[in-house]
Design a protein around this ligand. Sequence first.
Ligand SMILES: NC(=O)c1ccc[n+]([C@@H]2O[C@H](COP(=O)([O-])OP(=O)(O)OC[C@H]3O[C@@H](n4cnc5c(N)ncnc54)[C@H](OP(=O)(O)O)[C@@H]3O)[C@@H](O)[C@H]2O)c1
Length: 316
Amino acid sequence: MKAVVIRRYGTVEVLQYETVDRPTIKPDQILVKIYASSVNPIDWKTRKGMLQFLSGNRFPMILGFDLAGEVVEVGAKVTQFQPGDSIYGSTSFPGGAYAEFAAIPEKLAAPKPTNLNYEQAAVVPLAALTALQALRDQGNIQSGQTVLVNGAAGGVGIFAVQIAKALGAVVTGVSSTKNLDFVKSLGADRVIDYTQQDFTQEATRYDIIFDVVAKRSPSEVRRVLQPNGIYITTLPSPESLIQSVLTALFPGQKVKFILEKPNTQDLVYLKELIEAGKIHPVIDRTFPLAELAAAHAYSESERAAGKIAIAVASEQ
Ligand SMILES: NC(=O)c1ccc[n+]([C@@H]2O[C@H](COP(=O)([O-])OP(=O)(O)OC[C@H]3O[C@@H](n4cnc5c(N)ncnc54)[C@H](OP(=O)(O)O)[C@@H]3O)[C@@H](O)[C@H]2O)c1
């Protein structure tokens, strides 16, 4: 099968489009013929070796978490899927989706939303699960609450704005000037241009601040969080780590982290929101698998508005 393989950590040049063996499945796994994948920042962070303490040195390595495709084989213990099923889901760390086939545990997949094509479905899992689990599990979001999403135009942000709206929140999205209308089109009640305005210096207070791009800190946002407000960030820093421990001990404002955990139940929940028309993916650009290096470079620019899709194969 064709796949993009790395044999060492480094710049986009380490991404090599090659022919490799198809993976084989374990009893709890399904073999998926992948039609599409997507790029998430964790893919290029892993490629650069920034997560080497987790990814080790088991080369050759295939990166990529998100996938959408068709089940072609199931392991003996698989109960939810059969060959021919259209699914979307995630690989386990450190990836494997930048390939024509991937073997993944069935518990990381769900039926593909029926109103999405494979490319649209493939950009959903990691980003939308992050948004859902941050707002629902870490933020305990309630209808009527005020939520600020910092980084509203990016892969996670587009889903965070839409999920917060779907769950009844009043949403403020923060982006640069060029993305203000885009963020509004996702349903944000209010938008803030971070190049003109600093939301931490305003009078408005929020129940939840989801710092998707992790550009702010607990001390900066404290005065614009409600007394029982929650600050959620995607990347731990020394300050936020200490604050998460301290704020957990006392009543009042909280500092929390999100660590996305793929699972069937949440993918089914997202599928239902998508099929009900409450949330939808937005693809900024699509690259063929052979041009993954360009897709990684674009993601690393941190300027994508919405998601970056990877076309792996066309539907027969
Ligand atoms: N912990 C976890 O489980 C987890 C899961 C998913 C992602 N993450 C992390 O979360 C971060 C965001 O992921 P993503 O997929 O959303 O990334 P992304 O799609 O690459 O984000 C790009 C967006 O970031 C916005 N942005 C850049 N600088 C900004 C700033 N100073 N203020 C506000 N927005 C800004 C850009 O909008 P403008 O062009 O308008 O500035 C752009 O639309 C990454 O660091 C990723 O590794 C963590």
